[in-house]
Design a binder for this molecule. Structure first.
Ligand code: ATP
Length: 384
């Protein structure tokens, strides 16, 4: 096992815009690191540079403290698990797992010992004589991992391994990968564009946008303290709401009323005309159930509830509203890039399943101001 260190990594294809732009990232020995971001952000390129399938334009890549920039993929001792698992269809599970050992001309006795050990760890013992075609997707994935285990790879690298699976199987596989990684304690780098995978699998998550590293943090930290609008809009489902607010003398004017931020959320607004208030859907409540003791910490307002989606354990209320045109344009641009509905001029509010608020009604909602974020729309920076 080994730590992976990237120092100021740049990748340019031809003389174009860098696909990976000055990325520095430390992945600890045994850590599960997720690389996440929208299509084209550079996450696969970064992974391919770790494996050695792509040259590094500048910067330094270290594995186990050793510079690997000039090392061929086969000398890096890493195990890449591809989307299709790259299993040999004509070989049994046993021979698929044994494959790297056969290449190394390992003795039959040792092959047997190591394959059996890996199979036990991966609960594949009873399937060793089967061919890949007769395995479930999950079992195939484990065979691919078995192959990496027998040759004591220094790290596992996954490139969107679950993206071809249906939602249910994807959920099962996610749990399985997480469990195995914990059991094996092997350094793992996992590329995905799926923020649910990112949030549930990783010890830490590195969020990329246009080749630039935006934030590296634990899932909880990303969710609770996103550094900018991009991360805030990308992580979380339904996404964070961004409410435009003009900066007044002693209050922020929003489409839902004037807001005075509590002490804990106060920011320096000198020189700013407009900010965006970031509020997670669950930071809202049905005002009818908010106790008097906490009511003063938030904003109570009448909302035009357009649509309600009842999900059994919770419900989402949609509240369309008008925002000034220039802000609308700015938000639409960010929305396109995020490929999300976060920037629509509608609130998405998560309500308790028991709330009696109805569709097509004007109902009182409450926003907990102790939980809002304040973003500078020109830089995207989270000011809170
Ligand atoms: P996706 O999720 O769509 O796979 P990604 O985040 O993994 O996207 P990369 O595949 O790393 O992104 O690509 C990053 C950028 O580099 C993109 O703009 C892409 O078009 C460009 N790129 C990738 N491979 C090449 C290549 N071989 N030649 C030229 N440009 C490339």
């Amino acid at each position: 096992m080994a730590a992976i260190t990237m120092n100021n990594i740049i990748k340019k294809y031809g003389d174009g815009f860098p696909a990976v732009n000055d990325v520095s990232l430390d992945i600890a020995d045994g850590e599960f690191m997720i690389l996440v971001g929208p299509s084209g952000c550079g996450k696969s390129t970064l992974l391919r540079m770790i494996v050695g399938l792509e040259d590094i334009t500048s910067g330094e890549m270290l594995i186990g403290g050793e510079r690997v920039n000039e090392k061929a993929p086969r000398d890096r001792n890493l195990a890449m698990v591809f989307q299709n698992y790259a299993l040999y269809p004509h070989l049994t599970v046993y021979e698929n797992i044994a494959f790297p050992l056969r290449l190394q001309k390992t003795s039959d006795t040792e092959v047997k010992e190591r394959v059996n050990q890996a199979a036990e760890l991966l609960e594949l013992t009873e399937h060793l004589e089967r061919k890949p075609a007769n395995l479930s997707g999950g079992q195939r994935q484990r065979v691919a991992m078995g192959r990496a285990i027998v040759r004591n790879a220094q790290a596992f690298l996954f490139d969107e391994p679950l993206s071809n699976l249906d939602a249910k199987l994807r959920g099962q596989m996610r749990t399985e990968i997480s469990r195995l990684q914990k059991r094996l304690g092997i350094t793992t780098v996992y590329v995905t564009h799926d923020q649910v995978e990112a949030m549930t699998l990783g010890d830490r998550v590195a969020v990329l946008r246009k080749g630039l590293l935006q934030q590296v943090a634990s899932p909880r930290e990303l969710y609770e303290n996103p550094v900018n609008l991009f991360v805030a809009g990308f992580i979380g489902s339904p996404p964070m709401n961004f409410i435009p607010a003009t900066v007044g003398e002693d209050a922020l004017h929003t489409p839902f009323g004037d807001v005075t931020l509590p002490e804990s959320r106060s920011v320096d607004l000198a020189g700013k005309d407009v900010v965006l208030l970031g509020a997670r859907p669950e930071s809202f409540e049905d005002a009818a159930v908010v106790s008097d003791t906490v009511r003063d910490h938030g904003l109570t307002f009448d909302a035009n509830i357009d649509v309600i989606e009842w999900l059994g354990n919770e419900q989402y209320a949609y509240v369309p509203y008008d925002a000034p045109e220039d802000i609308r344009n700015q938000l639409a641009e960010l929305e396109r890039e995020l490929d999300s509905e976060a920037m629509r001029t509608q609130l998405v509010v998560s309500l308790d399943a028991t709330s009696r608020i109805e569709e097509a009604s004007v109902s009182a909602l409450w926003l907990d101001l102790r939980k809002v974020h304040v973003f500078d729309p020109s830089t995207g920076e989270n000011l809170t």
